[in-house]
Design a protein around this ligand. Sequence first.
Ligand code: BGC
Length: 719
Amino acid sequence: MADDDHIEALLARLSRTQKLALVRGAADPEGTATGYLPGVEAAGIPPFRLVDGPLGIRAEGQRATAFPASIVTAATFDTDLARRQGAAMGREATALGQDALLAPGVNIIRVPQCGRNFEYLSEDPVHAGAVGAGLVDGIQSADVVATVKHFVANNQETHRTTVSAEVDERTLRELYLPPFRAAVDAGVGSVMTAYNRVNGTHMSDHERLVGDVLKGEWVFDGYVVSDWYGLESTVGAANAGMDVEMPGVAAPGAADAADSDTADDGEDFEWPDGIPDATHAGLFGDPLADAIDSGEVPAARLDDMVRRVLGQIDRFGRLDGDQTAVEDGESDDQAGELDSQRHRDIAADVAARGTVLLDNDGVLPLADGADVAVIGPNVDEPKLGGGGSSETTPVHSVTPVEGIESRAEGAVTTAFGIAQIESVSLFDLLPFVGEDDEADGAAEDTARREQSLDDAVDAAAAADVAVVFVRDATTEARDRESLKLPGRQDELVSAVAAANENTVVVVRSGGPVELPWREDVAAVLEQWYPGQADGDAAAAVLYGDRDPSGRLPVTFAPQSEYPTAGAERRYPGIDDEVYYDEGVFVGYRHFDDADTDPTYPFGHGHSYATFEYGDAETTGEQTVAVPVENVADRPGREVVQAYVRPPSVAGVDRPQRELAGFEAVQLDAGERRTVELALDDLAFSRYGPDAGWTVDTGAYTVEVGRSSRDIRTTASVDR
Ligand code: BGC
């Protein structure tokens, strides 16, 4: 923690110009950082670098471990593994000369087609909070500042820079705020505000949510940073509680791009939807000085901003004295670690553990000697992630074909079947980024690749097993148009399934997708965006070297069944307002309430092992214990989940059940263990605009099971 006297002494020595340099970003002379504070050399304050993003380190021009997408980490339901991934990302940030990581993203998955769901964690606040806190704790254990983002109600990419989330207080408190609160409770050093507005006010101007709730009620003592070009105003933002403007300077070429476009057609330049105005910068420069001079912003506010920034710089050992110590005797921790074997292993562990076995008629795990046809339009490419600020370039990666070829003992044939599914990226949407020569080359390669559905069908028919890899294509700044797989992938799967009854489909999607052929195939695995370990992780799960221990952090259902479907006002909004009319009934809370069976419920996922549950017992006000036995003849990993059903209270509409706790446990064949689950207060509490938080008196049923729709045993807790 920051040494207050030391910070105060430092602050007292700084001129106003020096203070201002600590609250507004500048260009990074080394060009690696996503955001840069120059520091104050004369006062011994070193430069401070902030870097993207949740899937690994995106330092410009550098390679780093491409970890699986955040939704994979969440699907492991394994907070310790999240912590280890966070620590690895922290060490990589340090190795690349960075001081703060712009991760994790903890926005609740509200809209199934949101383009950034892969960067987020869950449709459930207790789950998102626990996994997010694990990541925060891990990142900061490596002495790197974690930045929880995007505060708050940034749940869609369509109109993200202008839309107002019209959301009531109860829903904010019960659903959208808690993952941020969990990060604050875990000691997160920084919070990034969202681009959107909430109930009409831009998040960077939102005094009630930033000033009163985050800093006041939650006593957050780190710094609040804007999203990039997302600072709305000078006075409003400074007084609302914003501490740092990023990136603080216009993107190179942005002004020219805007000017030349205006000149072309005489119309005012309009930034593409989802892209912030990259010339909108410098609001915490001279305009902030002027606002202090005129008394619109108290001078004490600038001191507070600087104190918060210095507090984190100091907390993680970056003030001058500590830097010298690093040079004197560099230990591993201080030098960081990049692309090491242990980081590759963590990336592979998360990828395999987060893989969800949605269906299996017994074809999996594959026999070692099976002849396998590996089919799919992109089987020669790893699925690293989605597009945008989280794109990470690895040193090493494994494609599905490579992974299966190196594991299989039988013959392996491959076929693309249909045209390649092209990735989409935010960077291709930026008007000021030039044509990418490399990407053009890749497009030509695509055209040259031979594809024929007949070849795929022939390969499938000739093999013992056909494994079809399919994918969606998502990016920051764009939502998916639909939950259908792009291109002719559904057609490909159906044709292959008709040719081989042992067809296994491996889905790589950023969130829910529709799988219309699911009953015609023998098994379905959801691998999400597995990162650099892709093919190895797929093979490890397909052949049963690893148990598919992922569980769904988001409900899978036809697009029309989600609460945001069918009403434009709920999504994507009307006149830049999106109404959260469904209230707290998001995800499984909605499907339970509507009494609709989803395709695959929240928490769902099979294991290759079989688990039997004994009777759950409450062991305290906040804990429940349940014996779980692996009755299979192979080891497996179970995710034990506890949901709370509240007593009914007249006039109060509550979800039928809410996740209160979970625990991932590894059990050997025949092993039995009593698993203790801590129950989160949030699942017992409800928020009322007048009364605040209430825990109703009465009996709460604690449901313990394998998913939100597969309850094995119950216990009761009185409150
Ligand atoms: C994204 C943030 C990201 C920032 C810096 C923004 O477009 O919304 O998540 O950290 O850019 O790249």
